[in-house]
Design a protein. Sequence first.
Length: 367
Amino acid sequence: MNRDGSLMSYTQLDSRSDPLAFTLDALSARGGLVESQRDTAMAVLPTAVARELNLPEECLLTAASEGAGTINCGLGTALLDRLIEEARSAFHVARVSLDVTAPRPTRARSLAEAFAVRNGVTQFLEVLPGTSEYLFVAANWIAQADDSFEGIVQACVESTTGSQPDIGFESLVASAVSGAQAARDRSNPQSFASQESNVTGQRLAALLESRASKAAAPVRAGVIRRHAREYRQITEYYAAMCAEVKKPRRKLDEQTLAARLSAVLSDRDSKLRDLDQRFRLRIALTPIALVAVTVPSVTARLQVRRRQAERVLSLRLPAEAQNLDALTCEGCLGFTHRPAVCDARLHLLCESCIPEAKGRFTCPACT
């Protein structure tokens, strides 16, 4: 509780490193009333929450050694472990507005005038100051093979078009989100699934998967190295066994010799199959947080012409970004700063879809 008598907002506490602050934050999110008292805190919980966590409705919590009348929520305690597990199985949704300086329209215009379509003609139309909303997602990745490894990746796209801001703007958003004292609503994985049902969500998921794969590259290299080492050890061991079988101490008939050799090779093949399964790398992604971030931006509009068709593009420059957002490819889930357009409907296509934008080509978005 603050000095003025109001309840303390536990976003003021560093719950990332303080088990007591983390516990109070979790209980407060469940509807509990909490009051901080130095190394202890009083909590008044709803009946259903107290029953679920096996706690009294009124309890005194501490992260230090449990004493008379107090409940320990320090590292390793059942209460903290349960709250951490529940926090890891869910993710947070928030909406944040950043109070930052708007980009200069002249900067957006100069970038737009330098923008080129690989097989089309562009003409600058106008710039429109305003705001844009970006979706920022952090996800936990777990790579499992013979051992388990994990880390966190993040991605950011514009909410309506799915365009990708530059890395500098993404870092700004990540920093602002981590320090934001915004109201957070607990959600469940089904809520994130509904976000993935649209094209923007699919692009966001694809971007996270790509970054998780890149982050897990050292893990993959280590798995390949250990697999090769054990494969070599197994094959060398069974090669030596085959050599011994072929040169027995006493003479054996060919049928017995062939049967023994077949048994050794069968055992080797079985172990190699088990080895392949044990070293098969599996990467899983679990969303941790989804934040909708509103920032000042400038939208530059360009007209694109190709043969007899034309189309208007909207290029966004968010606050503190150095470059225009990368446009979404309409043929795949990728992004591009140098799109090509098809003849029929002027679909935007990235370099992976159309490496050489020459002559007529088959548009993956039209087919």
